[in-house]
Design a protein around this ligand. Sequence first.
Ligand SMILES: Cc1ncc(COP(=O)(O)O)c(C=O)c1O
Length: 365
Amino acid sequence: MIETPYYLIDKAKLTRNMERIAHVREKSGAKALLALKCFATWSVFDLMRDHMDGTTSSSLFEVRLGRERFGKETHAYSVAYGDNEIDEVVSHADKIIFNSISQLERFADKAAGIARGLRLNPQVSSSSFDLADPARPFSRLGEWDVAKVERVMDRINGFMIHNNCENKDFGLFDWMLARIEERFGSLIARVDWVSLGGGIHFTGDDYPIEAFSARLRAFSDRYGVQVYLEPGEASITKSTTLEVTVLDTLYNGKNLAIVDSSIEAHMLDLLIYREAAKVSPNEGPHSYMICGKSCLAGDVFGEFRFAEELKVGDRISFQDAAGYTMVKKNWFNGVKMPAIAIRELDGSVRTVREFTYADYEQSLS
Ligand SMILES: Cc1ncc(COP(=O)(O)O)c(C=O)c1O
């Protein structure tokens, strides 16, 4: 038994997502790039590489990881590059996407050897959560003024538009793409490629992937562009659990169980977006609030039901723990960082990374 806490990536479950991505690539002609901001655990890149076209990034370190650990096509994007990093970014990338016209103008010459693109902001998005809404008022994420973009068309041959956010609704995707076409269609017809970003939950069980693929192909044919998708969450959804152990139980008006992990440190996105973790099955007569071991009062994974009373030493699996978890884990309170383990296709489990006191110590100085 591996000592908890640890993230457990199940390759069979990951393969299911990969097969759906491969299907969409084949039917639509779109290329699929893994968004490293969501998931960058390179021990499973061997499997992912066979089904995807490469990676996209948000920083120098991500683009380097994409080039070195994944290979294939490597896109560079960042909200802003600094003078001290642009040369290295360009050295790792096949394409670079600038977030603003001023970044493009500043670095176009340095990036002259690779394809250059610009991020467009269509000012519509599927997000209802202000924090994650690229189309929020005064958003810094991309250019929206067609006349301004017109003036730099000679410097670019592609666009990136990321305005979907956890979007499970094909109708909404389709409607937003139509708004993008109305607004930017004349510009899109003049470039070679368009990335439609991530945030589209097309690997979900009920997602109409045939209609989605047909829509992408029609878009690509209409404008004569290579379409890219940048699935983060859709690549790894439901592939991974966070395995934890109960350290203590108490009753303070409710049954509480404290585990050897922390939502603040190991599943931070849930805390930021005020969501609960998932436990499955979540049924039975015994209800518990599952709490993390950091000092944060609100370090709570959620309230779940169990068949038996929980006791010290019991193990709990939090479902769907791949996206925006391992890339965001931190050393708050010095809580032990979860190891990373992989369930291979033959069912065997191997630990690929453990974190020690030395890692904690060396993260500071
Ligand atoms: C530019 C860009 N591409 C891709 C993604 C990946 O999104 P998701 O993990 O929701 O698919 C994001 C997420 O923020 C993004 O900003």
